[in-house]
Design a protein around this ligand. Structure first.
Ligand code: BV8
Ligand code: ZN
Length: 268
């Protein structure tokens, strides 16, 4: 780590890509980990428009369960370290695949949410987008303060039976509204992808934190940076398809590595 700190002290342009691993220590299950979401649920059955058309109630039950988990979770030292790191660099971009909003809650400002935000709404029929506040109005079950007022058991026993009659209906076209996330087979927000690609190709230092580096196009960003000459760093307790391309690999958790690294960096 000392060698990386020495290098990092003299660089200006930094990009950090995060995945579900950085929120694992906040109690939010990852997708592919041993008790990962994808072990219990099939992504194509729940995170696609086809699944939503087939069974919107099942899809909304799954997203409400995840929203309840997230609404009752807090950022961890890994999130806070990245918010602090942002203030140490003139050019810093945090690109996240996470839809939990915990980076923003930890104080990060310069963020690109590549896969959207789970507390927002998106109508796939007319394209209308609902901000977190607008969506809590349209769909009160999605309101964070409501989700913090019920236990997981109450969510399943009291809310789910009411869900069929209270699914969010679009104000513009009257169709059912889905969560504000990017589903498999759906295009990423062009502006978000564009700024992530631009920053990655200009980066001098690129961190890949808590991601299995499988889902595209996010998984290509570290390679774009590497091809443009950036130093590539991976922080992940496990090997990933990206590990072999990295200049530095730290087989550690995000909440243990990042605070120590940022502390060393800020003791210039
Ligand atoms: C699209 C939102 C086309 C929803 C998500 C090229 C080749 C092959 C396939 C494709 C390709 N191009 C496109 C595809 C298809 C697909 C894809 O990539 N499939 C995969 C499965 C191969 N991509 C798409 O469908 C994309 N759209 O291509 O559209 C198009 C283009 C133009 C016009 C029209 C259409 C959309 C992809 C986005 C899907 N949405 N999320 C929701 O959340 O419900 S993806 C979702 O899964 C997450 O956002 C994230 O991206 C991914 C999970 O990955 P990770 O976050 O990395 O999590 P994971 O559990 O896998 O790993 C966690 C890691 O953390 C592990 O390595 C673990 O060791 C580590 N860890 C654990 N604890 C810790 C830790 N690390 C640090 N600290 C710890 N404590
Ligand atoms: Zn609509």
């Amino acid at each position: 780590m000392e060698r990386l700190v020495e290098l990092a002290k003299n660089l200006d342009r930094v990009v950090v890509l995060t995945g579900a691993g950085i929120s694992a220590e906040s109690g939010i299950p990852t997708f592919r980990g041993k008790d990962g979401l994808w072990n219990r649920y099939n992504p194509t059955e729940l995170a696609t428009f086809e699944a939503f058309e087939r069974d919107p109630l099942l899809v909304w039950q799954w997203y409400l369960w995840r929203m309840h988990l997230i609404a009752n979770a807090s950022p961890n030292p890994g999130h806070y370290a990245l918010a602090r790191m942002e203030r140490l660099y003139p050019s810093f971009l945090l690109v996240t695949q996470n839809v939990d909003g915990l980076h923003r809650e930890a104080g990060s400002k310069n963020i690109v949410e590549l896969h959207g935000n789970i507390f927002e709404g998106k109508c796939r029929y007319c394209g209308k987008h609902y901000s977190e506040r607008e969506f809590a109005e349209l769909f009160p079950f999605a309101d964070k303060s409501f989700l913090r007022s019920v236990t997981e058991q109450e969510l399943k026993e009291r809310v789910f039976p009411e869900l069929r009659r209270n699914l969010p209906v679009c104000k513009r076209c009257g169709e059912l509204v889905g969560p504000g996330v990017v589903w498999f087979g759906e295009e990423l927000p062009p502006a978000a992808l564009e700024s992530a690609l631009r920053a990655s190709s200009a980066a001098e230092l690129f961190f890949s934190v808590g991601t299995s580096a499988v889902v595209q196009p996010a998984a290509s960003l570290p390679l774009v940076a590497k091809r443009s000459g950036a130093i590539l760093v991976e922080v992940n307790p496990e090997e990933t398809p990206l590990s072999a391309r990295c200049d530095f690999v730290f087989r550690e958790s995000a909440a243990s590595f990042l605070p120590r690294f940022v502390e060393a960096l800020s003791s210039r």
